[in-house]
Design a binder for this molecule. Sequence first.
Ligand code: SAH
Length: 267
Amino acid sequence: MFQEMMAVMLRVGLFIVLILSFSACESGSPIVRSTAIAPPAETSLAVETASTAMEDENELRRESLVYTGVIAYGIKDKAVIEAMRTVPRHEFVPDEYQSQAYANHPLPIGYGQTISQPYIVALMTEAAELEPDDVVLEVGTGSGYQAAVLAELVDQVYSMEIIGELAERAAADLKRLGYDNITVDHADGYFGWEEHAPFDAIIVTAAPDHVPQPLVQQLKSGGNLIIPVGPVGGTQTLWRVRRVSEDEAQTENLGAVSFVPLTREER
Ligand code: SAH
C-alpha cells in the first residue's frame, strides 16, 4: 500500500516537473514564436522587442569596453569616461563590422579610412583637457565618432574632412543622432578653420609629417593641440602641443600611435 502511494506520488511529481519545464521552454522563446505565427500588429511588437534587445546588448558591450579598454588602460577623467559610455559607437560603424563595433581596435569606414580605436579616442580627448564651454576643432571627421565624443563634453565642435562623401555621411549620421553642436565641413584641415578660430583645443585624427603651423596659430593661449606626427604607414608619435603664450608652445610626447596619413588634396 505504502509503496503504491509512493509510486503515484512520484508519477504526479514527475508530471508537474514536466509541465513546469515545458512552460519554461515556451516562455524562453517568445520572439521566435510570435515572428512565426503572429498577426501583423504582434509581429511589429516582436521586431520592436528584438531591436530593444539589440540596443541593450550594444549598451552592455559598450559598458564592458569602457571598463576593459578605457578605464583599465589608464583613462581617469570622469567626464571622458562618461562620454565613452554614452556615444553609440555602433552607429558609426558599417553594417559588415557591427559585431566588432565594441572591440578595442580601429575599423574600416570606406574610402581607405578608419574609425579610430576607442582607447585612442579617449586618450586624445582626455589629453585635450576640455571644459564644458570650450569650442573645439577636429581635423579628420571620418565616421564622426570622435566628433560625437567631443560634442558630449564641450559647447561647440567644428570638424573638417577632406573626403566629400565621408563629410556628408558623418554630417547626416550626427544629425540623425541628435548632435546639434557639431558643424562638419568638407575641406583640407591643414589650414584649420580661420572663421571660427581661436579654439580652446584642436584634435587631429590623421598624421602629417610635421605640425601644421596654421593649427598652432588658431589655438587660444593655454589651449592644447593633440596631433599624431610621423611617416606615412609607420609608427607616429602622439604630441600634445600646448600654446603657453602668443609666441611660445610646449610639446609633450604622449606615446606611439598609428594613424592614416593627413592628405593634402580634397576628394
Ligand atoms: N576621427 C575619425 C577618424 C577618421 S580617420 C573618427 O572618429 O572616425 C582620419 C580622417 O582624416 C579620414 O577620414 C581622412 O579622410 C581625414 N583626413 C586626412 N587628411 C585630411 C585633411 N588634410 N583634412 C581633413 N581631413 C583629413
